[in-house]
Design a protein around this ligand. Structure first.
Ligand SMILES: [Zn+2]
Length: 259
């Protein structure tokens, strides 16, 4: 697995998603145009069509590019495994299961796409409502194109996030095949900036971990809502680290200077 192959398989998914997104928006605009009478469209009709078309986009795009998505996940996983620099090995049944689980996780690809489309729908709906209950179709089209084009890079971010998660999983499993795996400390690494979730920082602080622990954390706890104190608002709230995740994992020999 070369870096280029991995980038290519990510790129294919990203391109297909962008193409599919543009097509869905186009379809919605055409429906609005067809519904218009005398250059005017009713707010309720426009919103109804939008919900129908954009609402089903996440499932539709997932079905269309399922094969590419599968490949991107396993390429990412294998890339992570080879980066772990443990001797060559194949993907066993438990690895396959873990990967499938991650792909379909409640905080994975499709839910992220659903969240994206809901955000777009809300913004369009709000914009349209301000124009009244009967709207010039040309203004509606301009608004929708403007909102939809601003999020065109979001599927890319989502794909890269999910690919990085699979890549870390590949590393964890590869470490599991290392007969010296218990000679290492395993670390959860959260991104170090203002946007980092408190739950991810919590996982990081609680380290180092044994291999079994980091695996369990990455595969299961990662997706579970955890009650944490939000360091910005000071309030307690539920957070899920896997949602828009930017975490990764590392290991260091036990007895080495702490990182
Ligand atoms: Zn995370």
């Amino acid at each position: 697995m070369t870096e280029k192959q991995l980038k290519d398989s990510q790129m294919q998914v990203i391109k297909e998603m962008a193409r599919s997104w543009t097509a869905a928006v186009q379809e919605m605009l055409e429906r609005w145009y067809q519904m218009a009478r005398g250059g005017l469209v009713r707010l309720s009709d426009a919103v109804g069509e939008m919900r129908a078309i954009l609402g089903e986009w996440p499932e539709r795009v997932y079905a269309t590019v399922a094969g590419l998505i599968d490949r991107m996940f396993s390429d990412s996983y294998r890339d992570g495994a080879s980066a772990a620099e443990v001797e060559a090995w194949g993907m066993g049944p438990s690895e396959g299961q873990a990967l499938a689980w991650m792909k379909n996780s409640p905080n994975g690809l499709v839910p992220a796409l659903r969240d994206l489309t809901r955000g777009v729908q809300r913004r369009i709906e709000r914009g349209l409502s301000r124009m009244g209950s009967v709207i010039p179709v040309s203004s509606a089209l301009r608004l929708a194109m403007d909102v939809a084009s601003r999020v065109v890079s979001r599927p890319e971010l989502i794909v890269r996030t999910e690919s990085a998660k699979a890549r870390a999983l590949g590393r964890i499993y590869a470490w599991g095949h290392d007969r010296y795996r218990d000679r290492y400390h395993y670390w959860w690494i959260a991104m170090d900036d203002d946007r980092t979730k408190d739950v991810s920082l919590l996982f990081e602080r609680a380290g180092p971990y044994a291999w079994q622990q980091i695996r369990h954390l990455w595969e299961f706890e990662h997706d579970q809502p955890q009650l944490v104190r939000n360091r910005h608002t000071r309030g307690m709230e539920m957070q899920v680290s896997a949602w828009n995740c930017r975490c990764t994992v590392a290991r260091t020999p036990r007895g080495a200077v702490a990182v």
